[in-house]
Design a protein around this ligand. Structure first.
Ligand code: CA
Ligand code: CA
Length: 386
C-alpha cells in the first residue's frame, strides 16, 4: 500500500499527499470540524495531483514518479465515504484550471473557481453586483495550463430551478488563443435565447488553444432588471472527441474479467491490456448487423474516425468487420453515412483512419454488416473521432 501516492486527511484538518512515505505537500481544510463530514475532491491528471475542499483548491502537487498506475481507496481507522470515483481519459481540459474574470460576486455559493469545478448544475460564477444597474460588458477567461488541439467550448447556464438560464449573455463571443495575446473568435452569437439546463455547445475548426475567453457584450436582465453575466461551468473538448464518452451498442459480451466492455471502446487504451481489450459484440451469423455508437456530448465538427482493431498476438485484427459503414448523426436517430467499406482486409495493430468532408455531428457509429472469423464477433479496441 506504500508504493504510490497516498492522500490522507488527518483529524486536525490537515490534508497530506505522500509518495512512499515522503510528504509531497500538505494543506489545511478551511473550516474543518472534527467529527463532521469533510468533502474533498482529489484529481490526478498527468503528473499533477490536486485536492479541493468544496470549491476551493487547497493543494497542488506535481510529481513524476508514477507515469501510470492503479487506484485504491482505503480508510484507516476512521469513517469515510467515496463517491463519484472515475478513472477516465481527460474529457474536459478546463476542469480545475485557472480562471480570471472582469468582475466576480463572491458569496451565497457564487465563486469564480466554481465555473471549472466539474459541477455542471447549480450556480457557479457571477459578475459583480457592484455594477449591475445597467447593461455592460463582462468576460471570463480560463487558462488550460498548456496549449492543446481543441474544437469545442461548452457553456453550461446556471440551473437552479426558476432562475435557470438567467445570466446567460444575449450577445457574446467565444474566443480562443494559444498564447493569451493573439485571439481567434470561435463563435459569435447575438440575440441568444435564454437557455434551459444543459450544455450550450460551440464547435469550431480545430485550433491550438491554451486560453478560452467568453465576452458578454449584451447581458440578460434578471427579474429585478439587474444585469449579471453568470455561468455554471465552462468546458472544452478537442483532439479525440470520443475519449471517455458514453458508448451504446447493438450487443456486448460485457466480460469484465477479460476486459471486453462497451466502455473500453473509448477508454483511451488503443492496444490490448489485460483489463481493457475493447468492445465485443455477441457472436452470431457472418452477415448480421452489429454496431457501436459514441455520444460526443454535443454538436462537434468532425472529419475523421480512427478505428483500432484488437492487437493481442495471433488474434490481432480479428473481429474487425469486413463490411461496414461509418455514420454520423445530430440526434442519435437519423444517420448519415460518411464512409463505406466492403471486403476490408484484416488490419494490423495500427489505426485504420476514415476521413470525410467536415460535418457537424453529436453521434458517431460504426455499423458492421459482414464479419470475419467464426463465431463472428464484431470487436474494436478503440474508436476515436477527430
Ligand atoms: Ca460549476
Ligand atoms: Ca480501448
Amino acid at each position: 500500500m506504500d508504493t504510490g501516492y497516498l492522500v490522507a486527511l488527518r483529524d486536525n484538518g490537515q490534508v497530506f499527499v505522500y509518495r512512499s512515505g515522503v510528504t509531497l505537500g500538505s494543506a489545511a481544510v478551511p473550516g474543518y470540524v472534527s467529527g463532521q463530514w469533510t468533502r474533498l475532491r482529489v484529481a490526478a491528471r498527468g503528473g499533477t495531483l490536486t485536492v479541493h475542499a468544496g470549491a476551493k483548491k487547497i493543494l497542488t502537487v506535481t510529481d513524476s514518479a508514477y507515469p501510470v498506475g492503479g487506484l485504491a481507496l482505503v480508510t484507516g481507522g476512521a469513517g469515510a465515504r467515496f463517491d463519484n470515483v472515475r478513472v477516465n481519459p481527460e474529457t474536459n481540459p478546463a476542469e480545475g484550471r485557472t480562471v480570471t474574470v472582469s468582475s466576480s460576486y463572491e458569496g451565497d455559493g457564487w465563486t469564480a473557481p466554481a465555473v471549472v469545478d466539474g459541477a455542471r448544475a447549480g450556480i457557479g460564477w457571477s459578475s459583480s453586483t457592484a455594477n449591475m444597474g445597467g447593461n455592460h460588458t463582462e468576460w471570463i477567461q480560463v487558462d488550460l495550463g498548456g496549449a492543446r488541439p481543441l474544437s469545442r467550448v461548452d457553456l453550461h447556464p446556471r440551473s437552479d430551478g426558476p432562475n435557470t438560464g438567467l445570466g446567460f449573455p444575449v450577445d457574446f463571443t467565444v474566443q480562443v488563443s494559444a498564447d493569451g495575446s493573439s485571439w481567434t473568435t470561435a463563435a459569435t452569437r447575438t440575440g441568444f435565447p435564454r437557455p434551459g439546463a444543459g450544455a450550450q455547445t460551440f464547435p469550431f475548426p480545430t485550433a491550438s488553444v491554451r486560453h478560452i475567453r467568453v465576452t458578454g457584450t449584451n447581458l440578460r436582465p434578471d427579474q429585478h432588471g439587474n444585469h449579471h453575466m453568470q455561468l455554471a461551468e465552462i468546458e472544452a473538448a478537442g483532439g479525440n472527441l470520443a475519449a471517455g464518452r458514453p458508448v451504446t451498442a447493438s450487443s456486448s459480451v460485457e466480460y469484465t474479467d477479460e476486459g471486453w466492455l462497451r466502455t473500453n471502446l473509448t477508454d483511451g487504451a488503443r492496444s490490448a491490456l489485460w483489463y481493457s481489450m475493447g468492445w465485443s459484440s455477441l457472436p452470431g451469423t457472418a452477415g448480421r448487423t452489429e454496431w457501436a455508437a459514441v455520444d460526443l456530448g454535443g454538436p462537434s465538427l468532425v472529419s475523421r474516425v480512427d478505428l483500432h482493431a484488437r492487437s493481442d498476438g495471433e488474434n490481432t485484427g480479428s473481429g474487425f468487420p469486413a463490411d461496414f459503414t461509418v455514420q454520423v448523426s445530430a440526434d442519435g436517430s437519423s444517420w448519415t453515412t460518411v464512409a463505406t467499406r466492403t471486403g476490408y482486409p484484416r488490419p494490423g495493430a495500427s489505426a485504420q483512419a476514415f476521413s470525410f468532408t467536415p460535418v457537424t455531428a453529436r453521434h458517431v457509429r460504426v455499423v458492421g454488416t459482414g464479419h470475419r472469423d467464426a463465431p463472428h464477433h464484431m470487436q474494436l479496441a478503440e474508436l476515436e473521432v477527430h
